[in-house]
Design a protein. Structure first.
Length: 246
Protein backbone atom coordinates (compact mmCIF):
# COMPACT_ATOMS: atom_id res chain seq x y z
CA UNK A 1 0.00 0.00 0.00
CA UNK A 2 1.31 3.46 -0.94
CA UNK A 3 0.94 6.17 1.68
CA UNK A 4 2.14 9.68 0.95
CA UNK A 5 2.13 12.73 3.21
CA UNK A 6 3.54 16.22 2.76
CA UNK A 7 5.00 16.39 6.20
CA UNK A 8 6.69 19.39 7.67
CA UNK A 9 6.48 22.66 5.83
CA UNK A 10 6.81 23.94 9.36
CA UNK A 11 9.37 26.69 9.85
CA UNK A 12 11.71 25.93 12.73
CA UNK A 13 14.20 28.42 14.12
CA UNK A 14 17.79 27.36 13.49
CA UNK A 15 18.45 27.41 17.22
CA UNK A 16 15.43 25.21 18.03
CA UNK A 17 16.21 22.05 19.95
CA UNK A 18 12.90 20.40 18.98
CA UNK A 19 12.71 17.92 16.10
CA UNK A 20 10.04 17.85 13.43
CA UNK A 21 7.71 14.89 13.93
CA UNK A 22 5.45 13.01 11.52
CA UNK A 23 3.45 9.82 11.91
CA UNK A 24 2.17 7.92 8.87
CA UNK A 25 0.30 4.69 9.52
CA UNK A 26 2.77 2.64 11.60
CA UNK A 27 5.87 4.79 10.92
CA UNK A 28 7.10 7.58 13.19
CA UNK A 29 9.81 9.85 11.76
CA UNK A 30 11.62 12.62 13.62
CA UNK A 31 14.06 14.88 11.79
CA UNK A 32 16.00 18.03 12.52
CA UNK A 33 19.17 19.77 11.45
CA UNK A 34 21.03 23.03 11.31
CA UNK A 35 24.04 24.82 9.94
CA UNK A 36 26.79 27.14 11.12
CA UNK A 37 27.35 29.99 10.80
CA UNK A 38 23.73 31.17 10.69
CA UNK A 39 24.68 34.66 9.49
CA UNK A 40 25.61 34.53 5.80
CA UNK A 41 26.13 36.90 2.86
CA UNK A 42 23.01 37.72 0.89
CA UNK A 43 24.48 37.45 -2.61
CA UNK A 44 27.73 35.50 -2.39
CA UNK A 45 28.42 32.01 -1.05
CA UNK A 46 30.30 31.42 2.21
CA UNK A 47 31.54 28.16 3.83
CA UNK A 48 29.14 26.36 6.17
CA UNK A 49 28.98 23.16 8.19
CA UNK A 50 25.76 21.12 8.23
CA UNK A 51 24.41 18.89 11.00
CA UNK A 52 21.31 16.72 10.74
CA UNK A 53 19.65 13.65 12.14
CA UNK A 54 16.72 11.35 11.42
CA UNK A 55 15.06 8.91 13.84
CA UNK A 56 12.68 6.22 12.60
CA UNK A 57 10.50 4.03 14.80
CA UNK A 58 7.23 2.13 14.78
CA UNK A 59 4.12 3.04 16.73
CA UNK A 60 3.56 1.47 20.13
CA UNK A 61 7.10 0.14 20.33
CA UNK A 62 6.92 -1.87 17.13
CA UNK A 63 9.99 -2.10 14.92
CA UNK A 64 10.07 0.27 11.93
CA UNK A 65 9.72 -0.92 8.33
CA UNK A 66 12.93 -1.15 6.35
CA UNK A 67 14.04 2.08 4.65
CA UNK A 68 14.86 1.43 1.01
CA UNK A 69 15.54 4.87 -0.49
CA UNK A 70 16.05 8.46 0.64
CA UNK A 71 15.98 11.41 -1.75
CA UNK A 72 17.41 14.54 -0.13
CA UNK A 73 17.05 17.92 -1.85
CA UNK A 74 19.10 20.96 -0.84
CA UNK A 75 18.12 24.63 -1.12
CA UNK A 76 18.95 26.68 -4.22
CA UNK A 77 21.00 28.93 -1.91
CA UNK A 78 23.40 26.06 -1.21
CA UNK A 79 26.42 25.12 -3.28
CA UNK A 80 28.62 22.01 -3.53
CA UNK A 81 32.30 22.23 -4.47
CA UNK A 82 34.39 19.17 -5.33
CA UNK A 83 36.88 20.64 -7.82
CA UNK A 84 40.37 19.68 -6.70
CA UNK A 85 39.06 17.59 -3.78
CA UNK A 86 40.49 14.04 -3.63
CA UNK A 87 37.94 11.24 -4.13
CA UNK A 88 37.61 7.78 -2.62
CA UNK A 89 36.91 4.76 -4.82
CA UNK A 90 34.22 2.64 -3.09
CA UNK A 91 35.92 -0.64 -4.00
CA UNK A 92 39.02 0.49 -2.10
CA UNK A 93 37.11 0.49 1.23
CA UNK A 94 34.26 -1.99 0.71
CA UNK A 95 35.96 -4.56 2.92
CA UNK A 96 37.59 -2.12 5.37
CA UNK A 97 36.71 -1.26 8.93
CA UNK A 98 36.10 2.35 9.91
CA UNK A 99 39.67 3.13 10.94
CA UNK A 100 41.18 1.53 7.86
CA UNK A 101 38.72 3.26 5.53
CA UNK A 102 39.41 6.65 7.08
CA UNK A 103 43.14 6.08 6.76
CA UNK A 104 42.91 4.84 3.16
CA UNK A 105 40.81 7.81 2.02
CA UNK A 106 41.68 10.38 4.68
CA UNK A 107 42.01 13.24 2.17
CA UNK A 108 38.49 12.59 0.82
CA UNK A 109 36.57 12.74 4.13
CA UNK A 110 33.77 15.33 4.01
CA UNK A 111 31.65 14.21 6.96
CA UNK A 112 31.13 11.79 9.83
CA UNK A 113 28.24 10.51 11.89
CA UNK A 114 26.55 7.39 13.20
CA UNK A 115 23.96 4.91 12.01
CA UNK A 116 21.80 2.69 14.19
CA UNK A 117 19.68 -0.28 13.19
CA UNK A 118 17.30 -2.69 14.89
CA UNK A 119 18.41 -6.23 14.06
CA UNK A 120 15.75 -8.94 14.37
CA UNK A 121 17.34 -12.16 15.63
CA UNK A 122 15.79 -15.45 16.76
CA UNK A 123 16.79 -14.53 20.32
CA UNK A 124 15.08 -11.13 20.05
CA UNK A 125 15.76 -7.67 18.60
CA UNK A 126 19.21 -6.12 19.06
CA UNK A 127 20.07 -2.45 18.60
CA UNK A 128 23.33 -1.99 16.68
CA UNK A 129 25.26 1.29 16.37
CA UNK A 130 28.21 2.01 14.08
CA UNK A 131 30.29 5.01 12.99
CA UNK A 132 29.49 6.51 9.60
CA UNK A 133 32.03 8.18 7.33
CA UNK A 134 31.17 10.29 4.28
CA UNK A 135 33.78 10.53 1.53
CA UNK A 136 33.87 12.54 -1.66
CA UNK A 137 33.38 9.90 -4.33
CA UNK A 138 34.40 9.61 -7.99
CA UNK A 139 32.08 11.01 -10.63
CA UNK A 140 29.36 8.69 -11.89
CA UNK A 141 27.83 9.42 -15.29
CA UNK A 142 29.23 12.94 -14.96
CA UNK A 143 27.67 13.53 -11.53
CA UNK A 144 29.57 14.15 -8.30
CA UNK A 145 29.03 11.46 -5.68
CA UNK A 146 29.47 10.80 -2.00
CA UNK A 147 30.41 7.41 -0.54
CA UNK A 148 28.74 6.41 2.74
CA UNK A 149 30.86 3.88 4.64
CA UNK A 150 29.96 1.89 7.74
CA UNK A 151 30.35 -1.63 9.14
CA UNK A 152 28.04 -3.71 11.31
CA UNK A 153 29.05 -6.82 13.28
CA UNK A 154 25.52 -8.04 14.13
CA UNK A 155 24.67 -10.83 13.39
CA UNK A 156 27.93 -11.03 11.39
CA UNK A 157 30.42 -8.58 9.93
CA UNK A 158 29.01 -6.68 6.96
CA UNK A 159 30.62 -3.63 5.38
CA UNK A 160 28.81 -1.00 3.33
CA UNK A 161 30.27 1.49 0.86
CA UNK A 162 27.17 3.09 -0.66
CA UNK A 163 27.60 5.39 -3.66
CA UNK A 164 25.30 8.43 -3.53
CA UNK A 165 24.89 10.36 -6.82
CA UNK A 166 24.34 14.11 -6.40
CA UNK A 167 22.31 15.66 -9.21
CA UNK A 168 22.15 19.40 -9.88
CA UNK A 169 18.58 20.55 -10.52
CA UNK A 170 16.55 23.59 -11.47
CA UNK A 171 13.92 25.29 -9.34
CA UNK A 172 13.74 25.79 -5.59
CA UNK A 173 16.27 23.05 -4.84
CA UNK A 174 19.74 23.05 -6.37
CA UNK A 175 20.92 19.49 -5.58
CA UNK A 176 19.37 16.06 -5.04
CA UNK A 177 21.25 13.23 -3.31
CA UNK A 178 19.84 9.73 -3.98
CA UNK A 179 20.58 7.11 -1.33
CA UNK A 180 19.61 3.57 -2.34
CA UNK A 181 19.98 1.35 0.71
CA UNK A 182 20.97 -2.31 0.48
CA UNK A 183 19.54 -4.91 2.88
CA UNK A 184 20.88 -4.21 6.37
CA UNK A 185 22.43 -7.09 8.33
CA UNK A 186 21.58 -9.61 5.60
CA UNK A 187 17.98 -8.38 5.54
CA UNK A 188 17.37 -8.67 9.29
CA UNK A 189 17.96 -4.98 10.05
CA UNK A 190 15.97 -1.75 9.82
CA UNK A 191 17.58 1.67 10.21
CA UNK A 192 16.36 3.54 13.30
CA UNK A 193 18.75 6.50 13.49
CA UNK A 194 21.15 8.47 11.31
CA UNK A 195 23.15 11.55 12.25
CA UNK A 196 25.67 13.43 10.13
CA UNK A 197 28.05 16.35 10.41
CA UNK A 198 29.17 17.53 6.97
CA UNK A 199 31.80 20.15 6.18
CA UNK A 200 35.28 20.32 4.70
CA UNK A 201 37.67 23.15 3.91
CA UNK A 202 40.44 22.41 1.42
CA UNK A 203 42.90 24.07 -0.90
CA UNK A 204 42.90 23.70 -4.69
CA UNK A 205 44.40 25.73 -7.53
CA UNK A 206 45.93 28.15 -5.06
CA UNK A 207 42.65 29.05 -3.33
CA UNK A 208 40.70 27.97 -0.26
CA UNK A 209 37.44 26.14 -0.93
CA UNK A 210 34.57 24.61 1.04
CA UNK A 211 32.77 21.35 0.25
CA UNK A 212 29.46 23.05 1.06
CA UNK A 213 28.69 26.77 1.00
CA UNK A 214 25.54 28.84 1.27
CA UNK A 215 24.09 32.32 0.98
CA UNK A 216 21.04 33.84 2.64
CA UNK A 217 18.98 35.50 -0.08
CA UNK A 218 15.53 35.14 1.53
CA UNK A 219 16.18 34.34 5.23
CA UNK A 220 15.40 30.65 4.76
CA UNK A 221 17.42 27.55 3.88
CA UNK A 222 15.28 24.54 3.07
CA UNK A 223 15.91 20.79 2.93
CA UNK A 224 13.41 18.38 1.40
CA UNK A 225 13.29 14.64 1.99
CA UNK A 226 11.40 11.75 0.44
CA UNK A 227 11.74 8.46 2.32
CA UNK A 228 10.49 5.22 0.76
CA UNK A 229 10.03 2.11 2.91
CA UNK A 230 9.85 -1.56 2.00
CA UNK A 231 6.15 -1.79 2.91
CA UNK A 232 5.28 0.98 0.42
CA UNK A 233 5.04 3.84 2.91
CA UNK A 234 6.36 7.15 1.60
CA UNK A 235 7.10 10.15 3.81
CA UNK A 236 7.67 13.33 1.85
CA UNK A 237 8.19 16.92 2.98
CA UNK A 238 10.46 19.81 3.89
CA UNK A 239 12.14 21.44 6.87
CA UNK A 240 12.98 25.14 6.72
CA UNK A 241 15.58 26.93 8.84
CA UNK A 242 16.03 30.64 9.31
CA UNK A 243 19.27 32.36 8.35
CA UNK A 244 20.37 35.99 8.75
CA UNK A 245 22.09 37.92 6.00
CA UNK A 246 24.97 40.30 6.52
Amino acid sequence: MLLSLAIFSTVLAASSAGAALVEVDDVVLRADGGFTPQTLPRHRFAPIDFQGHVDISGRNGAGPPKLRQALIDFDRDGRLSVAGLPSCAPDSIDEAGTGEARQTCRDAIVGTGHVEALISLDSGPVQARAPLTIFNGPRLDGLPTAVLHTRTTVPGTQTYAIVVPIEQRRGGFRYRARIDLPPIAAGFGAITHLDVQIGRRYGAAGSRRSYISARCSDNILQTHGRFTFEDGTIIDGSVEKYCRFK
